[in-house]
Design a protein around this ligand. Structure first.
Ligand code: MG
Length: 244
């Protein structure tokens, strides 16, 4: 009796090891509930006098690519656009708690679907993704649509503008705090307004954004604002930040 119990639990352990070795991206997709679709108002928010303007026009001097070189993205006047496969870009400056304003636009020509349409992302402190996606008439998993904290938190509503229109995010971010031994003292929190509509209300961030598996925290200091190259020519403009 004891032997067979041991055998059975051994078998179970092996089975669960095999299963966890085969984690899939789909495991952490959440499709329900689907956030209600609303039509947002439209607003362009000029930078207040105490903000650091990270982009207004003509150059990406305050940004680098992943290797510390000049970004390969396209700048045209007061807009810049992802050049697919040129890699992510990030601010030279690093931040802890902040208020961020950023505007983005999905490609005018609709290509692809789901996660493949107008995908980019804003990584807070370079680690925690606030999703950018063309979520106008484009169903995907709810915790991966525009204004989700990717694979962690579904937005309260879908306030995405029709494809090709500008969207804004206003983000209030509290950085995670760590003890000296690297243990998490308090998690990160984020509040997001999408086109002026509350979509994340003091949402607790569960750890570094993970495509596969569960998010985990690793101790870190101040980090940049990082923009994702997900191979779609998403545009950005009017980016400013206030340290809190
Ligand atoms: Mg993304």
């Amino acid at each position: 009796m004891k032997k067979s119990y041991l055998l059975a639990s051994l078998l179970l352990m092996t089975l669960s090891n095999i299963l966890s070795a085969q984690d899939k991206p789909e495991d952490t997709e959440v499709w329900e509930p689907e956030p209600k679709v609303i039509s947002p108002g439209y607003s362009y928010a000029s930078a207040p006098s105490d903000a650091i303007v990270l982009f207004s026009e003509n150059n990406l001097d305050q940004w680098t690519n992943g290797d510390g070189q000049a970004p390969g993205w396209d700048v045209s006047g007061d807009i810049f656009t992802v050049v697919p496969k040129s890699g992510q870009i990030q601010t030279k400056e690093v931040f802890e708690d902040f208020q961020l304003h950023i505007e983005w636009r999905s490609p005018l020509v609709i290509q692809g679907e789901g996660q493949g349409r107008g995908n980019s992302g804003i990584f807070l402190q370079g680690k925690y993704e606030l999703q950018v996606l063309d979520s106008y008439n484009n169903r995907t998993y709810s915790n991966g649509q525009a204004a989700s904290i990717y694979k962690q938190a579904i937005p309260l509503v879908n306030a995405t503008q029709p494809t090709g229109n500008w969207n804004s995010y206003d983000v209030i971010y509290t950085a995670p705090k760590f003890n000296e031994n690297g243990e998490l003292k308090s998690p990160a929190y984020v509040t997001v307004l999408h086109n002026g509509v509350l979509v994340q209300n003091h949402t607790e961030i569960k750890g570094r954004t993970a495509f596969i598996g569960q998010p985990k925290y690793e101790a870190h200091g101040p980090g940049p604002i990082l923009l994702q190259d997900h191979s779609n020519p998403v545009s950005y403009r009017n980016i400013w930040i206030r340290r809190l």
